[in-house]
Each structure stands twice: as structure tokens, then as C-alpha cells.
Design a protein around this ligand. Structure first.
Ligand code: CAA
Length: 389
């Protein structure tokens, strides 16, 4: 391991007198996407064929939703070949949890490993220098978990300290970042690899009038993985941080636990999205963001840059109107939604990739920014960050 000047986090030899206990920083990012690209104009035909549905009303509604979600491209694990192999996934009424988990567990490991290798490549140091792994997914269930298989696949040291965050939904990526920040700041010299990997295979099902939200999902959600490396006290000659992770917080909205609801059944996950989700988020967004901005005394929402998990256009639109944001503030969130869809926990990292590019090009004037994500609970995850370029 390279000498970080902070003692050795792995051996527990780090001493307070040696370290400055600096803030955690984002040092590298990477992503892993399924090979199958699904352009939005092919979604209606593909989904209706895959689920053997010929209902004209369903077709008309899905066509409309495919436009209004603003998604253009998604990447999916589900494919014609997979459905030919598992025709039981096309219809309802048979127990399919076992084959779904077999597909998901393998897929998220593959995607997660690709994303992690990309982040390690960008970081430029060996995998053996990773001291901690934070693994996040709402798409796999097994024992031991994907974190172990990922650590093995990547050749991480067996004493890499692993933490798994499962079934946090779309706020999971920001929760993983918060966890990694805490680890990095409390273990001098540590380098934390965060890996988020998701596929919609667990929830794939034919449309039903009883579940109108399934069509929203079919038009909105995608698959993929992301990885990030976080550490405090970057080595000047070896590491290139681009964001300082200043302060993080989490809050849930009491009485809204049914708004995003996922039940595991013999047929996979039954995922329900409340129509009122955008307005519920809007009801608390201003106070939540002020909690973060107050840390550095910023009052005006346009005086920070924004990296928001794009749950759907209605959520971004409400944020923009309610906080009176200039349109360019949510541009990178809208771009991630357009190019990848809502990939649950991963999406916030796709937004951060665009943010990093803009920081590197000197396109961001503001010193401080906010990372936000929303998930079941309804849970708000937020982080105050400082751009480094
Ligand atoms: C998983 C996690 O942990 C966190 C997440 O990120 S979850 C995903 C969060 N995202 C959302 O909930 C999506 C938010 N919604 C939106 O962005 C927009 O409503 C939308 C793009 C889906 C549709 O926008 P739109 O087409 O302009 O108009 P809108 O009126 O809202 O909806 C169109 C149709 O879809 C239906 N619809 C929208 N959201 C729905 C929902 N959650 N459940 C059921 N139906 C829904 C509407 O009822 C409407 O149907 P009718 O035409 O039959 O009345």
C-alpha cells in the first residue's frame, strides 16, 4: 500500500497525532452497463411482445409515458434470449422468485465488477489498496452477499472491511456515499470502494389495470452499476479528487411509508409507486435543503450547484418550481435520466459523472453544491459538497 501519511487503516496503526482528520473526497468514478441497449422508441413494441400483451389502451398509455418520462436510452439485463430461456417470466401466476434471483445475483455481480474495475482504473492505484467496500443493491438476495463475491472477483485483500446496504431503493446510492464518507473520515488512510448495482429483473411483469404504476416503471427504469472511490487526505501526486464531501444528513417523512412500497413475493418484487410521490417530496424539500445549506450560511438555492437523483421528470419539475431554480441547475440530472433512465441507487453516480466533467471544464461557478436522492420511507438523503477543480 502506498504511504498515505496517515498510518495504516488496514492494520489499525493510524494515530490521531499523525493525521489531520480531513474531509472525505470523491477520488474516482466508474460504471458498468448491460450490453443490451434499449432505445426509448423500441420500448413499447419490446415490452408488449415480451409480456404477450395486445391491449390497445395499454399500448396508448405506454406510448405516452415513454415520451413524458423524457428517457431516450436505457440498458437492460432482460432480453429476448433470457425470456426464451425463462418463458415463465412473461406471464403471471407461477412462482418465479428462484430463477429471477439466479439471474439478478449473477447480473449485478458482473455489472458491479465492471463498474469497480473502471473506477479502479481511473483511480490508478492497485485494488489491494482498497481497505473498505460499501456494496449497495435492491436487486439481489443471497447469503453470503454480493459484497463477498465482488471482493473475491476484484482481488481485494481478504481483510477489506465490507458493508452491505440492501433494499434502500433510489436513495441507496447517496446512502452509500454517506457511509463511505463516515468510514473514510474515521479510519485515517482508508480508501473506500462503493459499488451500486441494479437490475429490474426482480420486478419485471406483464401490465395489469390493477397496477398502473407498472407502466410508469416500464417507461422509466433501467439497469446498470456504478462505482466510486472515497478517501480523506488525497496523495497529491497520485490521486485527483474532484468533490469534497462536507456534511451529510438523512430524514424520513412520517406517514409516507406506503408511497413507495416493495413486497417480495413468490413472483419477484411487487413494486408500487404512489401517484403523490412528487408532491410529498415537494412538501419537505425546501426545509431539507436549508438544513444542508445552513452549514455554510448559504440562503439562495441558485448559489449552489445541484446533483439530484432524477426519480422522474415530475420530481425534478417540482423541485425546480418550488425552489425557483434556474433551468440549468438540474441539467445534469435531466441528462442522466435521458441517457440511462432511473437506475435506482446508481443514478446519482451518473449525475456525479456529468458534474465531474463540468467541474473539470471549469463550467461551475459555485463553490458549494448539494447531492440529493429520495427513496422508500419516503427517505431524503442529502450531502453538502465542495467542488475541486
Ligand atoms: C425507487 C425509489 O426508491 C425512488 C424512485 O426514484 S421511484 C421513482 C420515482 N418516480 C416517479 O414516481 C415518477 C414521477 N412521475 C413523473 O415523473 C411523471 O408523472 C411521469 C413522467 C411518470 C408521467 O408524466 P405525464 O405523462 O406528464 O403526466 P401524468 O399525469 O403525471 O401521468 C400520465 C399517466 O400516468 C399515470 N401515472 C403517473 N404516475 C403514476 C403512478 N405513480 N402510479 C400510477 N399511475 C401513474 C397517471 O395517472 C396518468 O394516467 P392517465 O393518463 O390514465 O390519467
Amino acid at each position: 500500500m502506498a504511504d498515505l501519511g496517515f498510518g495504516d487503516a488496514r492494520s489499525g496503526n493510524g494515530s490521531r497525532s499523525q493525521c489531520s482528520r480531513g474531509k472525505a473526497m470523491l477520488l474516482a468514478l466508474g460504471k458498468g452497463l448491460p450490453e443490451q441497449v434499449l432505445p426509448q422508441e423500441k420500448v413499447v413494441e419490446t415490452y408488449l411482445q415480451d409480456t404477450i400483451c395486445d391491449d390497445p389502451a395499454t399500448r396508448a398509455k405506454l406510448e405516452r409515458l415513454c415520451k413524458t418520462t423524457t428517457v431516450r436510452t436505457r440498458y437492460t439485463v432482460m432480453s429476448k434470449e433470457l425470456l426464451d430461456e425463462h418463458p415463465e417470466l412473461r406471464t403471471e401466476g407461477t412462482p418465479t422468485l428462484t430463477p429471477r434471483l439466479d439471474i439478478c445475483n449473477a447480473a449485478v455481480l458482473e455489472l458491479g465488477a465492471t463498474a469497480a474495475r473502471a473506477a479502479l482504473g481511473e483511480w490508478g492505484r492497485p485494488a489491494a489498496d482498497i481497505t473498505h467496500l460499501v456494496y449497495i443493491s435492491s436487486s439481489e438476495l443471497r447469503l453470503p452477499g454480493g459484497d463477498l463475491f465482488l471482493a473475491t472477483r476484484l482481488g481485494l485483500h481478504p481483510n477489506t472491511v465490507r458493508t452491505s446496504l440492501l433494499f434502500l431503493g433510489c436513495s441507496g446510492g447517496a446512502a452509500a456515499l454517506r457511509t463511505a464518507k463516515d468510514i473514510a473520515e474515521n479510519n485515517p488512510g482508508s480508501r473506500v470502494l462503493v459499488v451500486a448495482a441494479e437490475t429490474t429483473v426482480l420486478g419485471f411483469r406483464p401490465p395489469s389495470p390493477d397496477r398502473p404504476y407498472d407502466l410508469v416503471g416500464a417507461a422509466l427504469f433501467g439497469d446498470g452499476a456504478s462505482a466510486a472511490i472515497i478517501g480523506a487526505g488525497p496523495i497529491a501526486a497520485e490521486e485527483s479528487p474532484f468533490l469534497e464531501l462536507q456534511f451529510s444528513t438523512q430524514e424520513f417523512l412520517p406517514g409516507t411509508d406506503k408511497v413507495i412500497d416493495g413486497k417480495i413475493t413468490e413472483e419477484g418484487i411487487n413494486f408500487k409507486l404512489g401517484r403523490d410521490l412528487p408532491e410529498k417530496i415537494e412538501s419537505r424539500i425546501e426545509g431539507f435543503c436549508r438544513t444542508l445549506m445552513d452549514r455554510v450560511g448559504i440562503k439562495e438555492f441558485n448559489d449552489v450547484f445541484w446533483a439530484v437523483h432524477p426519480g422522474g421528470p415530475a420530481i425534478l419539475n417540482r423541485l425546480e418550481v418550488c425552489l425557483e431554480l434556474q433551468p440549468e441547475k438540474l441539467k445534469i440530472s435531466r441528462k442522466a435520466l435521458m441517457n440511462y433512465g432511473n437506475v435506482s441507487s446508481n443514478t446519482v453516480f451518473y449525475v456525479l459523472e456529468y458534474l465531474r466533467d463540468e467541474l473539470k471544464k471549469g463550467m461551475i461557478r459555485e463553490e458549494w453544491g448539494l447531492i440529493l436522492a429520495f427513496g422508500p420511507g419516503i427517505t431524503f438523503e442529502g450531502m453538502l459538497v465542495r467542488g475541486i477543480n
